[in-house]
Structure formats: structure tokens, C-alpha cells
Design a protein around this ligand. Structure first.
Ligand code: FMN
Length: 344
């Protein structure tokens, strides 16, 4: 069996499979279930300093869509559905939340895993203050500056420019000593530039990319699904996430640990993220669709894949496909030219 351990922002995780910040990791029970299922780390549900962000959870709603964009029941979910939703942040009071982080981190550490605190930003100062409190309990914090809901509600902010990233991360870095992971948005024109700004201002690792915003009319009622705009993600997102991840891996010359997220629904998708430059992979939708036990299956499929390819260590595959990728200008003309579609 391959050595699955991975180094990430000063932490050594027992494996690269991370339970991502979401409603499943919003309770002590959910966090512990992910650790018991084998996760290398669990990123707790985000909080921030704005009460409206927690209230936003009162109007959260979630629907699953099949590949034809029709609603499909949760009970029969395969794990490959599109998840369309509104969301808000954890409603637990800060003191109680710190106690939860502390207890779950002790449990995780005894099992070679880690709990990571998360702030989905409103103000930079608020994020810095909360991150500093979290750092008393957990070994790392993730600062999410890319929440899609930031486009719909002012209780959280979505940053899309390198200057904003620099300001927020510099402010957080000045307040905490522990490793800082920065989570980038999925909708921005220069994601590698934002990754660079994060690293230059003190980030130890960069996670990418956030989910996108979506809108889905019901063809019978003409009402939009959920009655509003929302955030959307699915397996169809994976190539886009891998695109930005691999571009950032190349842009940063593989020197900064990157974390992949958005679109992984199984162990082979985790392998695709690793091959594209990720040191670890965050999964949320799969958890929400199938529960923590899905992570055990992800790990088993990842192990089987690595064994079948004679890989001894996860670190041997990180970025392997990016090293093989060529720029368009480096590709020789194809003779004969490829025209695979039906010819007119
Ligand atoms: C319902 C829901 C709630 C989420 N809440 C948070 C959050 O509080 N903080 C955060 O950083 N990311 C949050 N995310 C984003 C996930 O952590 C993850 O990065 C994203 O869903 C993409 O991964 P996936 O394709 O495995 O779902 C949330 C995602 C979903 C679906």
C-alpha cells in the first residue's frame, strides 16, 4: 500500500483526503464522523464576525439536480449529482465554537489527523481576530475569500482581485502564527495572480477553486429553483478546477502546497487533483450527499489506484501531469489533421 501521508503548510496529514468546510462539518458529531471515516483533515464549517452571516443559514436551502437539470431525490443520490443551494455560516456562539474546535482537534490529533478552523471573510480585521482565536485550538486556519454567496449577500465577501487578497491575508498573517490556508474563488479573471498575492502576503497554502453561482428555471412553473440565485457545483466542474489548479502549480513552480476542491466525487477524482498539482483535496458535496462513510470509499479507491500504478508515495504523483503538459505553441502540427466530427 502506498504511503498516503502528505505535507501541507507545516502539517503532516495521514492522507490527502480532507472533509471540506460545509454543513456536515458544522457539528462536533459531523467532524468526528469524518475523522473516524479516515479523513486526513477536517475543515470545520466557517464562521465570521457578522451576525447576518449566521442568520443567512436560516434561509439556506439545498436541491439536487440530475444531468438534465431536473430535481432528483436526496435518498437515491449516487454522489454524482449537481448540488444547487443557498448557504450561511455556523450559528454556534464563538466561545462554544472554540470549545468544539479544541475537543475535535484533540480527538483528531490522537489519530494522526487534524481539524482546521475556517473563516469565510467579511472584514479583514474580523477575519484576523477570529483566526487568532482559532489558532489557540487548531493547528491551521483556512481563510475563505471566495464564497459564491458573497455575490448575493453582503454578510460574506467574495474577493476577485489580487490587491484585495493581499490586504486580507497580510492582516490575518499579522495576527496569527499558525499556518494559513487561503481559499480562492472560482469566478475571477486572474486566479494564479490571486494565488501569488496570497503567498507573497504570508499564506502557507492555497486552496482552489470555490463553487460558482448559478440560476436554474423550472420548465413547468417558470419559478427559479430555490426561488433565487444560488451556488452550484457538480462533477462537471472538475476539469475547470483542475485547470486553475494546474495553472497555479505551474505559475508558482510547485513551491507552494496547493489544495484542490470543487468537483471531486471519488478516489479517482482525488488522483486527478494530485496529478494536477494538489497536495490534498477537499470534498464537501460528496459528504452532504452520502455521509462521512463515503470518505472511507474515496480512500480505498485512491489506494487501489496508486497500487495499480506502482506508486509508493503520494508525493510521487503530485503535479505529474502538469510536468507533461505543453503550451499550445509547443504542439507540433498534427498530420493528418484531426477532424473527428461528422463531415458535412
Ligand atoms: C452546502 C455547502 C456549504 C459550504 N460552506 C462552506 C463554508 O462555510 N466555508 C467554506 O470555506 N466553504 C464552504 N463550502 C465549499 C466547500 O468547502 C467546497 O470547497 C466546495 O463545495 C467544492 O467542493 P465539492 O465539489 O466537493 O463540493 C460549502 C459548500 C457547500 C456545498
Amino acid at each position: 500500500m502506498a504511503d498516503l501521508s502528505t505535507r501541507l503548510a507545516g502539517l503532516t496529514l495521514r492522507n490527502p483526503v480532507i472533509a471540506a468546510s460545509c454543513e456536515y462539518t458544522m457539528t462536533e458529531r459531523g467532524i468526528l464522523a469524518c475523522i473516524d471515516a479516515g479523513a486526513g483533515a477536517v475543515i470545520a464549517k466557517s464562521i465570521n464576525e457578522v451576525p447576518a452571516a449566521a442568520r443567512q443559514l436560516d434561509v439556506a436551502d439545498y436541491t439536487l439536480l440530475d444531468s438534465g437539470l431536473s430535481r432528483t431525490p436526496w435518498e437515491t443520490a449516487t454522489g454524482h449529482e449537481t448540488l444547487f443551494n443557498r448557504s450561511g455560516l455556523a450559528q454556534t456562539g464563538v466561545d462554544d465554537w472554540m470549545a468544539t474546535l479544541d475537543r475535535t482537534q484533540r480527538y483528531a490529533a490522537a489519530r494522526g489527523a487534524a481539524v482546521i478552523g475556517s473563516v469565510t471573510v467579511a472584514s479583514a480585521d474580523g477575519a484576523a481576530e477570529l483566526a487568532a482565536r482559532m489558532a489557540e485550538a487548531v493547528p491551521a486556519v483556512e481563510i475563505n475569500i471566495g464564497a459564491p454567496h458573497g455575490r448575493e449577500a453582503s454578510a460574506v465577501r467574495q474577493l476577485t482581485e489580487a490587491d484585495g487578497v493581499a490586504h486580507y491575508i497580510r492582516t490575518v498573517r499579522a495576527a496569527v502564527d499558525c499556518p494559513v490556508i487561503v481559499k480562492l474563488p472560482g469566478q475571477a479573471s486572474d486566479i494564479p495572480g490571486m494565488a501569488r498575492a496570497a503567498v507573497d502576503n504570508g499564506a502557507d497554502a492555497v486552496a482552489m477553486i470555490g463553487r460558482l453561482n448559478g440560476f436554474v428555471p423550472d420548465l413547468e412553473t417558470w419559478e427559479p429553483e430555490l426561488g433565487s440565485w444560488g451556488a452550484v457545483g457538480g462533477p462537471w466542474m472538475l476539469p475547470v478546477s483542475l485547470y486553475w489548479l494546474s495553472k497555479c502549480y505551474r505559475h508558482l513552480s510547485g513551491t507552494v502546497p496547493l489544495i484542490g476542491t470543487n468537483g471531486a466525487r471519488g478516489g479517482l477524482d482525488v488522483a486527478r487533483f494530485l496529478l494536477s498539482g494538489a497536495h490534498a483535496v477537499e470534498l464537501a458535496s460528496l459528504l452532504l450527499l452520502k455521509g462521512a462513510s463515503a470518505l472511507t470509499e474515496v480512500l480505498s479507491d485512491l489506494n487501489a489506484y496508486l497500487d495499480a500504478h506502482g506508486v509508493d508515495r503520494v508525493s510521487d504523483v503530485i503535479g505529474a501531469s502538469v510536468h507533461r503538459a505543453r503550451e499550445y505553441g509547443e504542439i507540433e502540427p498534427l498530420v493528418p489533421a484531426r477532424r473527428p466530427w461528422p463531415q458535412p
